[in-house]
Write a protein that binds this ligand. Structure first.
Ligand SMILES: NC(=O)c1ccc[n+]([C@@H]2O[C@H](COP(=O)([O-])OP(=O)(O)OC[C@H]3O[C@@H](n4cnc5c(N)ncnc54)[C@H](OP(=O)(O)O)[C@@H]3O)[C@@H](O)[C@H]2O)c1
Length: 350
């Protein structure tokens, strides 16, 4: 029986982390008055914490799916600077979730990145794991389609560049652009680590032998693209305005965001889109302020909700996203009424 005495076969947990100190101040306003070193220290001493819950989720047979939000006690920057410690904290969060009865745990944002997209934790616990990236890819693809339609960009002939293409989300979006978007122009796939780029190249050749794909670690290659998709796990701004074509669309999936508002300074021609956000069904929400509009959620969290509703019995999306998982989650999303959120740029409807 879980710690709070409530049993539910549909229990799940979603792991988060503060993107920076502002997120900590939103949840714990008093910490604003303390020095940062002290906040860091106290948070690490406390360890994983339940900071909120998901409400309003009902299965088709009227049962309630209960979801808790558990935070790693480290900011994005601290997690990337000390990945080993961050991975241990993620394991601590999964243990806590399991103790509280979760049958599925979703790894939000960098909690997935520091454990290899789930590869390093899968099989270590009874609870099942997902990195949430299958729905993230699906919703991102729908968002890219919608913004292309709005801007009169023909997806078949447009030039796309994906930064962070060798990652779980980036590689999935690339595959969707080829399979469903019918991309005929060369797809520019930009990554960082040569061995990851090589394995990406092999994977793309195996699945899409006829697709025109360029794999590179040259960040300036974005200059050729009408649409630049950003999907890296870097902590700060990595995209530069001087490497963007006139009237380019930037579709930013990252959390914390890799694109800062200053990119628009002197470049009013650019359009930056908040990527991969899901509109939840009426009445569904969560109690943590993640900086999104009410009724909308990051897609990795929405994926975890869907798997909780379904009582999904196995690990779901682990490591790189497969087309099979994208298709499965898109069917679930449709059946439960999870939809792409309206297009926004830094929170404002486009
Ligand atoms: N909006 C949403 O709902 C949602 C959902 C899920 C994830 N996300 C966000 O999506 C992003 C990607 O997540 P993921 O799970 O796909 O991560 P991932 O699998 O770890 O992939 C990250 C990619 O970024 C590259 N990268 C990391 N730092 C870089 C840098 N400084 N410069 C250039 N490339 C760099 C990595 O290259 P290497 O090959 O060198 O590792 C890798 O290709 C994260 O920001 C995550 O928070 C958002």
């Amino acid at each position: 029986m879980p710690e709070d005495g409530m049993d539910s076969e549909h229990r799940f947990a979603f792991l988060v982390h503060p993107r920076g100190f502002n997120d900590i101040y939103l949840t714990f306003p008093f910490t604003r008055f303390l020095p940062k070193w002290l906040v860091r220290k106290v948070f690490l001493l406390i360890g994983p914490m339940v900071v909120g819950k998901v409400y309003g989720l009902k299965t088709s047979d009227g049962k309630t799916a209960k979801g808790e939000i558990i935070t790693v006690p480290m900011t994005a920057r601290d997690m990337l600077e000390n990945r080993e410690l961050a991975a241990r904290e993620v394991e601590g969060c999964i243990r806590l979730a399991e103790k509280r009865g979760a049958r599925m745990v979703g790894l939000g944002s960098l909690t997935s990145v520091v454990v290899g997209g789930g590869v390093d934790v899968v099989g270590k616990f009874k609870t099942k794991i997902t990195n949430g990236n299958a729905l993230t890819v699906f919703m991102a693809y729908q968002g890219i389609r919608a913004v292309c339609e709005k801007k009169g960009i023909d997806m078949k002939t447009a030039q796309f560049a994906i930064v962070g293409a060798s990652g779980s989300t980036g590689s999935g979006i690339s595959k969707m652009l080829i399979r469903d978007g019918g991309a005929r122009s060369e797809l520019i796939m930009i990554g960082r680590t040569p061995s990851h780029l090589e394995s990406l190249s092999n994977e793309m050749q195996e699945f899409f032998p006829d697709a025109k794909v360029k794999i590179t670690n040259d960040m300036t290659e974005t200059i050729h693209a009408d649409v630049v998709i950003v999907a890296t796990s870097a902590e700060g701004a990595i995209l530069k305005a001087e490497n963007l074509k006139k009237n380019a669309v930037v579709y930013d999936v990252t959390q914390p965001q890799n694109v800062t508002r200053s990119i628009m300074d002197g470049r009013p021609d650019l359009l930056v889109v908040d990527g991969a956000i899901t509109k939840l069904p009426e009445g569904v929400g969560y109690t943590v302020n993640m900086g999104l509009v009410k009724g909308e959620s990051f897609s990795c969290m929405a994926e975890t909700m869907l798997l909780g509703l379904e009582k999904y019995p196995e690990d779901f999306c682990i490591g790189r996203v497969t087309m099979e998982k994208i298709d499965t989650i898109s069917i679930l999303a449709e059946s439960y009424g999870f939809k792409p959120a309206p297009l926004r740029s830094w929170g404002k409807i486009i």
